[in-house]
Design a protein around this ligand. Sequence first.
Ligand code: HH2
Length: 279
Amino acid sequence: MLETRSGAVSLSHVAVMGILNATPDSFSDGGAHLDPARAADAAARMVAEGAALLDVGAESTRPGAEPVLAVEERRRLLPVLRAIRAAVRVPIAVDTTKAEVAAAALDAGADLVNDVSAGRFDPELLRLCAAARVPVVLMHMQGTPVTMQRAPCYTDVVAEVQAFLAERAAAARAAGVAPAAILVDPGIGFGKTTAHNCALLRHLDDLALLGYPLVVGVSRKGFLGELLGGRAVGGRLFATAAAVTLAVSRGARIVRVHDVGAIRDVVTVAEALLGRDPA
Ligand code: HH2
């Protein structure tokens, strides 16, 4: 069970987290959710389709993306977040690496923080999560979004990601975050080749041994396009479904996706095939 200010999310079954990016340049939905009313409609649709929680971000972290200033991130994020908050009751994560942005988002109704830097870019962020008593997603990334895809390199990607997440979880606990409020994520596509991403998905069960719920984000990502010979973003739904199925079978507890309705079905059938009790 993941406790949040907007209620608890049961993790006894895999939860679907719907992605809403209030950005002009996200690799997949860039520009689609900049307008608060449209974003709120999209959020309500995602919840109706089975999203147990939402993830709202205002800074693209696609490979090569340049960072945006906190003032600009807040300017994009807050109107969209407030409109979504008014439209849905499920917990909302704010996807940011900056404590200042996270604090404003928590004030505007967000319930948890999703930090793709796992507290490395802004040391204040973990202290904020502790003080506000909100859950935090700690994600692995090699390098920064600007540099991460130049030459990803590991001796043993699974062991290194596992050690990183263990170290960042310990840092979060040292900052005062409750163990039950920590989630971890291998950061698919963040400083990884296609082979690294496949190895991490195949060995997710090793990461689950850390004892924190696993969040996994494969939706429409570049490695799926590469596996399909350069398929464009819009044609990666079935590839996403395949990767989500593997992630579910290997212990993911939350899957972060754009196509909520379709992937909700994928998750339901995957869990039934695995012999898990119906939700
Ligand atoms: N992936 C993206 C952004 N945030 N957060 C977590 N915890 N895990 C992920 O895999 C993850 C994430 C990148 O995807 P998207 O938000 O669709 O694109 P962009 O970064 O271009 O906004």
